[in-house]
Design a protein around this ligand. Sequence first.
Ligand code: NIG
Ligand code: FE
Length: 418
Amino acid sequence: NVAPQVIDLLVHGAAQVATPQGSTPRGGADLGRISIVHEGAVAIHDGRVLAVGPARELEASFAPARRLDAHGGTVVPGFVDAHTHPIFAGTREDEFELRAAGKTYVEISLAGGGIVSTMRGVRGASQEQLVAQLLGRMDRFLALGTTTVEAKTGYGLELETELRCLRVLDTANRMHPIELVSTFLGAHDFPPEYRDDRAGYVDHVCDEMLPRVAESGLAEYADIFTEAHVFDLDQSRRIMNRARELGFGLRLHVDQLTPLGGAQLAAELRAASADHLECVTRAGIEALAAAAVQPVLCPVVPLFLRDDHEAPARAMIDAGLAPAIATDFNPGSCYLQSMAEVCSWSALRYGMSAAECLTASTLNAACSLGRGADRGTLEPGKRADLLVLDVPNLKYLCYELGRSPVAAVVVGGELAYE
Ligand code: NIG
Ligand code: FE
């Protein structure tokens, strides 16, 4: 008889422990291949997963210092939200009502609302104010089960404010259990100073902003809003090539409102992700598949914008692509932080199964952020980021609407929310 090994934490009492497996993105038929342990448990030590298996076996092998009872719920990896814009000041409920009354997102934007209206709020806010607001939003992400958040700037649209937003991300990151992955989105829109000199702003982003942001070391990725009313394909190619030269990973907002061919550009650039894709063409899907670029799909955005286009998720999956699903949390086009709700809408709008949604919202999202080897599944050695959902099986993740199923959240082996 071997003495049981002393460990930090045992999560027990789960009807199911459900997780994707591996460290590379899963696409095509593999997207929904997950492992489910019935009456399962998770052993955690030093912030990492030590073992996942039947509770009976883990109870015999380990002597936990602490225990977390899942009370017959479902245990899954922490959600990874691979696309958000969480540093903003002020909200845009008036625009939401204008769209309800028939105006479009682009009409509102060209009339001086949209991104530029949030820009005014952010330019007028201090670093301390922005940190305080971001921390409040991070508390909500955590309570909703999101343990890693990709966070874009893009409401400064001038060097000093963009750098302030990157410092806000860095500060909040050190103060909160959630990990923020920072993305510089200086090319989110054209600021009013450059309204009549768009080429001048593209030069400014390439020659001043990107080099200074690279020097600051505060952003891992660079992003751009490639769209008919903002950055065209040539401007996007130039900015993203410069970003790549400076060492940034690339993410792109593409083919959201019009089929401009942004997916093909993301493929040409070998971007880490091509996001939105509501209007992607067959050729765009093929280009992404050939270049193995991951789509990041935001199923609630077209609903929120009352736009008829829908990302052809099943065609992308059938083409072998490995999609992540994300909130796109921002005050204009999707005021939503709940990944469980994203899972429900992915089921309802894309026809994805709960197993596919789980993989897309954890492992695939982590892979798109270059963190697939570190998190995104419950397997020995991975960071112990997990959720206790108070639902009897994984299918409930999509099935039950209007209520967060998240009962407890463990981040890096520590109970961070209950
Ligand atoms: O992802 N598409 C561009 N950016 C955001 C919208 C930002 C805003 O309207 O404030 C998006 O939808
Ligand atoms: Fe976005």
